[in-house]
Design a protein around this ligand. Structure first.
Ligand SMILES: NC(=O)c1ccc[n+]([C@@H]2O[C@H](COP(=O)([O-])OP(=O)(O)OC[C@H]3O[C@@H](n4cnc5c(N)ncnc54)[C@H](O)[C@@H]3O)[C@@H](O)[C@H]2O)c1
Ligand SMILES: [Zn+2]
Length: 668
């Protein structure tokens, strides 16, 4: 295509996206898709040497919204130069070193120090610029187009951590930070919201740019501050001094700010942040690396868009858009019917996504997805679970309707809607339910019946009428050997494993029952507190909610589970067949003769023979305490491949390090 035409198209499209993102806080595409187009435009501009007058590459931010009083920033607010990978980061660094070298050559009497770096998180929210005069908060503004922003003082005042007065009273200063919505706050808000918010960034930005400060207040926003952009009277020699000033003046600063003299360490710090990203209660889309020395900053200066002394290292996107193609309904082990969305395959964080969760019918309604088949939706990956659909890209656009089933897709029984969920109540004859229930019963953390698989459960259900876990304990050798792929050996092994499982500990037995809303930690708490199956079965809702970590829903689930005649009958039969869950006190304490017993251990880097979770489990079984961060209390750091700052810290503190996987595995 004609390059000029392509340039015009890209500029028009990006400006359209910018308007929706910055001005309306309703993005039409994910950042990932936006960034890809933006990169195309920058490349084409470099190739042709043409930059159209309205190109977004030459400007910061977006149009101001009418209704807010404009605020002219005392010094401009900038965008950030970006690096998408280590190579681009190195290019940035080389440029910095070259600029410093050039300066030092011309000014041999006043050379710049060799650079040191600060690494901060790049919060994904709305830029805030606060103006304080003589210690009083007099204005708060958005970044706007960098020169002028929108005055949002009343909105910002609803953020409880923003100080209304500060000890520093010498004239005017402007302090910059990011207004954010914590992810836990967003989740809580969405639990009851009529219109759930799709994303914490837009939720924060939309709330701060809402003309009604009451709406802002309802969103319970927070903020982190990271810069003094302007001051009449105070100057800083380094970033550290500036951060101290912010802290002394009671601004909320993020605990993760780290300083390095050497650029290799920066790369390690970045790896560490990537690892930590999913544990944070707020969105970050990268990290920011800045030169700490203020005089160097001044001399390196700015392009028309960003400072030369800082760069944003962008992480892999966790959000993108795709087309919702169809919905299939699966039956789970409690009879719950869950919708699974099939989407047009799309790359997200290095994997091809084809399936997304939709949770339940209530969720489909609340996210306004009932008429979304065939339309474009936002999807988000969190941790390692399958991605979630957040909502339609444009609410106006309707597609085909998602039809809810009225009968069970597996057994044809009529479904019952309880709350937001659909259930199949055919507990004794609905195959996927039974297979899943029995597989769960036999699984490792439950009754731990060796060699048992989903396939076994299916075979036993179809051919030997195993409809409930209790039926497992009536199996006979003669019946088992008739099954396909079951020799004498396998049949005997299964019977032996079943026999052994009869004396599993109480917590595992309770977990094996698969009580709805009740996971491993809850069943352990139940076993520890009540100490016998009879006591757990007789517990009342009041007694249950008195335990820490057990809420109303969980308590109700437990009580109604033990009231269900079918399930109760199953338990009684198991007991009659010799199953005797062992109370916690009778179980031996972890061994104390292992190398790891009693030690505080940190795992870092990539392990090869075990996942980190497995390694943690094994270490804990040997009496070690596994923690997440290295401190003076740490006894031992086990480092896998590409271990980063934790390893560095361990070495610095002189903590024992084991980095040979073969060797420490022998001690497990
Ligand atoms: N989806 C869309 O339609 C769409 C449209 C426009 C822009 N965008 C996204 O926005 C990005 C462009 O962003 P931009 O120019 O607004 O911001 P930027 O990525 O250039 O970053 C600058 C901003 O980072 C923030 N920040 C957070 N933590 C910081 C820290 N520790 N130090 C300094 N600054 C910090 C500040 O608010 C600052 O204004 C694009 O890469 C794209 O992902 C998306
Ligand atoms: Zn069914």
């Amino acid at each position: 295509m004609d390059a000029m035409l392509k340039l015009e198209q890209l500029v028009e499209q990006l400006n359209h996206y910018n308007y929706h993102y910055y001005t309306l806080d309703q993005p039409l595409v994910s950042d990932k898709e936006y960034d890809a187009l933006y990169d195309q435009l920058t490349a084409l501009e470099a190739e042709t040497g043409i930059v159209l007058p309205d190109s977004p590459t030459g400007r910061v931010g977006g149009e101001l919204l009418k209704g807010f009083k404009p605020h002219r920033h005392l010094s401009a607010l900038w965008s950030l130069d970006k690096a998408q990978n280590q190579d681009q980061l190195l290019l940035w660094h080389q440029r910095v070193l070259r600029l410093i070298a050039d300066y030092n050559l011309k000014n041999p009497d006043t050379p710049l120090p060799s650079p040191s770096y600060v690494v901060e998180l790049k919060f994904d929210g709305l830029t805030l610029n606060l103006t304080y005069t003589d210690g009083k908060l007099v204005q708060a503004a958005t970044r706007g187009n960098g020169v002028t922003g929108e005055g949002i003082l009343s909105q910002v005042k609803t953020i409880k951590s923003v100080p209304l007065t500060i000890p520093y009273k010498e004239g005017t200063i402007e302090v910059q930070g990011e207004g954010i919505m914590n992810l836990s706050v967003l989740a809580k808000y969405n639990e009851t919201a009529l219109e759930p918010l799709k994303n914490a960034r837009n939720a924060a930005a939309g709330a701060l740019r809402n003309l009604n400060p009451k709406t802002t207040a309802e969103r319970k926003l927070s903020a982190f501050f990271y810069n003094v952009g302007y001051s009449d009277n105070v100057t800083f020699a380094t970033h550290q001094e500036m951060m101290d000033f912010l802290k002394e003046n009671r601004f909320k600063v993020n605990p993760y700010v780290s300083y390095y003299d050497n650029f290799e360490q920066v790369a390690e710090a970045l790896a560490d942040i990537v690892e930590r990203r999913t544990t944070l209660d707020y969105l970050i889309d990268g990290a920011v690396i800045k030169i700490t020395d203020m005089r160097t900053r001044e001399i390196l200066g700015y392009t028309d868009k960003f400072p030369r002394w800082a760069v944003a290292f962008k992480f892999e996107a966790e959000e993108t858009t795709t087309i919702l193609q169809s919905v299939v309904w699966n039956v789970g082990r409690t009879g719950k019917i869950t919708p699974l969305a099939k989407v047009e395959p799309v790359e997200l964080a290095g994997v091809t996504v084809q399936n997304c969760t939709l949770n339940n019918v209530g969720d489909i309604e609340r996210k306004n997805l009932k008429n979304a088949l065939g339309t474009r939706v936002f999807i988000r990956r969190s941790n390692d679970v399958i991605p979630e659909i957040l909502g339609k890209v444009t609410e106006e656009q309707d597609g085909e309707e998602i039809e809810y089933p009225t009968t069970c897709p597996a057994c044809g029984s009529a479904l019952e809607q309880r709350g937001a969920h659909l259930f199949c109540n055919n507990r004794l004859n609905c195959k996927p339910q039974i297979v899943a229930r029995i597989t769960h019963f036999a699984s490792r953390d439950a009754m731990d019946i060796e060699t048992f698989s989903e396939k076994t459960a299916e075979q036993l259900y179809l051919e030997l009428d195993v409809h409930q876990p209790a039926d497992l304990y009536t199996l006979q050798f003669e019946d088992l050997i008739k099954l396909e792929r079951f020799g004498e050996r396998k049949a005997q092994n299964l019977l032996d494993a079943l026999e052994q499982s009869k004396s599993r500990d109480l917590a595992s037995f309770l977990y094996a029952l698969g009580i709805p809303n009740t996971g491993k930690s809850t069943t352990k708490a139940l076993a520890d507190h009540f100490k016998s199956l009879e006591a757990v079965m007789g517990a009342t809702v009041e007694e249950l909610i008195a335990l820490p970590d057990i809420g109303g829903i969980v308590a109700e689930s437990i009580v109604s589970y033990f009231k269900d005649p079918i399930l109760l009958d199953g338990i009684q039969r198991m007991l009659a067949l010799g199953v005797t869950p062992v109370p916690p006190a009778e179980i031996a304490p972890p061994p104390t003769d292992s190398y790891f017993s009693g030690k505080v251990v940190v795992l870092t880097g990539t392990l090869h023979q075990l996942t980190r979770e497995e390694a943690t489990k094994r270490l804990e079984a040997l009496g070690a305490k596994v923690t997440g961060s290295v401190s003076k209390k740490t006894d031992l750091v086990i480092a896998g491949e590409k271990a980063g700052s934790k390893l560095a810290k361990a070495r610095e503190l002189g903590i024992e390090v084991m980095d040979n996987e073969e060797e420490w595995m022998k001690l497990l």
